[in-house]
Design a protein around this ligand. Structure first.
Ligand code: CA
Length: 220
């Protein structure tokens, strides 16, 4: 599961970002203080950090500088002021992007996703999986049931990718659509059912995909 540490002393802003991150199925830790940030990041080893510049005890720049001595984790700064933006850009602090307050949480999430995609690469465990007789290898876009190779449509691959990244989490049809096809895609959430039916038919009972009534699906 993708894990995110949010460092923001304004609680309502931190909570809002956390809410949107959780809606993506991400694991979220929140920190309100610059001095605690490094300890939390060391302990959690997150995949991504959202870091406010103006923090008590230790500002975001200082946190970033210390962090970069032991980690190259992608990082996005939150900033309220033009002079802070100049420093982020000018000092090459090792930030991947920044967002100015006030911001749209949707845009923030889109930026995070873009950075995660760019940086890459899902770890191996998220592109390969074995369930009973079934072997899934999304990097090679192939599935095998025993010795039989099964071909998948590209939409089925996208959906499987989302399931593997969000194992154990119940996702609604709308979340599945947004995650697999992107939020720009307009269509009926029931489309997901059609593709799930295809996946079940092709991959059989070893596919650990449960229907969550009145909600969507969970991959376990
Ligand atoms: Ca602040």
């Amino acid at each position: 599961m993708t894990s995110v540490v949010i460092v923001e002393d304004e609680l309502d802003i931190g909570d809002l970002i956390a809410l949107y991150c959780r809606r993506e199925g991400w694991d979220v830790s929140q920190v309100c203080d610059g001095a605690d940030a490094i300890d939390t990041i060391r302990a959690r080893q997150p995949d991504f950090i959202v870091l406010d510049v103006g923090l008590p005890n230790k500002d975001g720049f200082q946190v970033c500088k210390e962090l970069r001595q032991f980690s190259q984790v992608p990082l996005l700064f939150l900033t309220a002021r033009q002079d802070e933006i100049d420093r982020i850009v000018g000092l090459e602090l090792g930030a991947d992007d920044y967002v100015t307050k006030p911001f749209s949480p949707r845009e923030l999430i889109a930026r995070i996703k873009a950075i995660l995609r760019r940086g890459n690469n899902l770890p191996e465990s998220k592109t390969k999986a074995i369930f009973g007789e079934l072997a899934i290898d999304l990097e090679r876009r192939e599935c095998k049931k025993g010795d039989e190779a099964i071909s998948l449509a590209s939409q089925e691959v996208l959906l499987l990718e989302v399931f593997l990244e969000h194992q154990g989490i119940a996702l609604s049809r709308q979340q599945l659509l947004d995650l697999a096809w992107g939020e720009e895609w307009v269509g009926d959430a029931r489309t997901v059912d059609v593709h799930v039916r295809q996946l079940r038919k092709k991959l059989g009972d070893d596919l650990p995909l449960e229907t969550v009534r009145g909600h969507g699906y969970r991959f376990s």
